[in-house]
Ligand binder design. Structure first.
Ligand SMILES: Nc1nc2c(ncn2[C@@H]2O[C@H](COP(=O)(O)OP(=O)(O)OP(=O)(O)O)[C@@H](O)[C@H]2O)c(=O)[nH]1
Ligand SMILES: [Mg+2]
Length: 433
């Protein structure tokens, strides 16, 4: 099977590893795809979830079978393979309809999980903040409710993990009612968290600092980059969905302060329940003045294209489609000489950097600064002597400014973003900006 370097490129590995002895959960992967046989990402997801992969079967077909996902003949092959490699769970590369899932389980005799369930499981294991936990639980409940599955599936994930099943059908109606109640309660809590978040944001907006959001496929190196740029200490790991909670740090350049936020990574076929549940988290990205789209430059061309498209799609979906972008080609240290030379042709607008070695970071900072400075306007202000605090504020916002003491007050010439300049309009020398 083709191996991409995505996700396997580095030394640090603090994620769950698959025991070499006999893993408790041993998955056989299945996929219905038109061409190719690349199940690397599903395997990577399973590895992150702590599940061993013991085999893979791909059926080439235009679209999955509506009832059983794979065709009948292929199912017999899967059944034999389950025996042969002693799998105790089947993992499917797509999201299954509840009907496909039920039929598959019936035909194969062991639990079947789909890509969405695996991703939800990883999210559940990686959520740390109260906010993140609520969001994941909501997404899981909605997913399970659609499948009429027992409530215990997720509430008892400690004991079970992937592929565990709830109690019998008789319990399910009660469960569904409980699940609906819980969903309403979670939504209420989340909207509370959200209003708190927007209060914090309002405070930040008052400070009117320019904001930058890191976006990109999971494992592209966003958190590593945030750490490298700001000296932050955000968790980094060679596993998918390392980061779920947004972290914001300040970045100072030539006396100006910027805010830079790292948040959840994206993935192809990101479960829509998660996009909804994480809407508040992704809000930080939506409101940014500039999005740094971070990609792993060492990914093969085709995969690279799919990953960037997945990111662009989610950005579009959350309403950040029109936000100015900067393409950051990370992991430059993994490229050989030829690949390096090809980069400027493949991605003329990209900035080649390595968050690990620090290569290209000065250039990236300069580009970020340029992005913001090019939008600045020069304004002439006259601040009466009583307005000392306004002067201090200007210093913080603009770093450098030219000042001249006049009998009426301090006359300053300063470069500001248009929205910020508007707040100082009443001090404009000519009465307007
Ligand atoms: N060789 C190399 N490895 C890197 C570089 N940047 C990040 N990595 C590694 O890539 C892996 C993922 O890095 P993270 O910073 O956690 O990636 P992320 O984009 O924040 O991932 P999520 O939080 O899952 O979305 C880690 O093992 C990092 O050490 C780089 O410039 N070069
Ligand atoms: Mg991260």
């Amino acid at each position: 099977m083709k191996r991409s370097r995505h996700g396997r490129s580095t030394v640090s590995n603090d994620g769950p590893t698959v025991p070499t002895v006999r893993a408790k959960q041993r998955a056989l992967c299945i996929a219905a795809i038109e061409d190719g046989d690349d199940l690397t990402e599903l395997e990577e997801l399973l590895r992150t979830a702590g599940v061993a992969v013991v085999g893979a079967i791909v059926q080439h077909r235009e679209r999955p079978h509506p009832n059983t996902y794979l065709g009948e003949g292929k199912l017999a092959e899967v059944k034999a393979a389950i025996e042969a490699c002693d799998a105790n769970v089947v993992a499917c590369d797509d999201e299954l309809t509840p009907r496909q899932e039920r039929n598959l389980e019936k035909a194969l005799g062991i639990p079947v999980v789909d890509r969405t369930a695996v991703i939800l499981d990883i999210f559940a294991g990686h959520a740390h903040s109260a906010d993140g936990k609520l969001q994941v639980e909501l997404a899981q409940l909605e997913y399970n409710l659609a499948r009429m599955r027992g409530l215990w599936t997720h509430l008892e994930r400690l004991g079970g993990g992937i592929g565990t099943r709830g109690p019998g059908e008789s319990q399910i109606e009660t469960d569904r009612r409980l699940a609906r109640d819980r969903i309403s309660a979670l939504k209420r809590k989340l909207s509370h968290v959200r209003s708190h978040r927007s209060t914090m944001r309002a405070e930040r907006e008052r400070a009117q600092l320019p904001t930058i959001a890191l976006a990109g496929y999971t494992n592209a190196g966003k958190s590593t980059l945030l750490n490298a740029l700001t000296g932050a200490d955000v968790g980094v790991g060679d596993r998918l969905f390392q980061t779920l909670d947004p972290t914001t740090r300040t970045l100072d350049m030539h006396g100006r302060t910027y805010l830079i936020t790292d948040t959840v990574g994206f993935i192809r076929k990101l479960p829509h329940q998660l996009v909804d549940a994480f809407a508040a988290t992704l809000e930080e990205t939506r409101l940014a003045d500039l999005v740094l789209h971070v990609v792993d430059a060492s990914t093969e061309e085709e995969e690279f294209g799919q990953m960037s498209r997945a990111v662009e799609d989610v950005l579009e979906e959350i309403g950040a489609g029109a936000t100015p972008r900067l393409l950051v080609l990370n992991k430059a240290d993994l490229l050989d000489q030829d690949e390096r030379l090809a980069m400027p042709f493949r991605h003329p607008d990209g900035m080649l950097v390595s968050a690990v070695t620090g290569e290209g970071l000065d250039g990236l900072l300069a580009r970020i600064e340029e992005e913001f400075l090019s939008r600045l306007m020069t304004v002439e202000l006259l601040l009466p002597y009583g307005e000392g605090s306004r002067l201090a504020e200007l210093h913080e916002l603009a770093g450098e400014l030219q000042r001249e003491d006049t009998p009426e007050g301090v006359r300053v010439s300063v470069r500001l973003a248009p929205t910020i300049a508007a707040r100082f309009e009443r001090f404009a020398v000519n009465g307007h900006l």
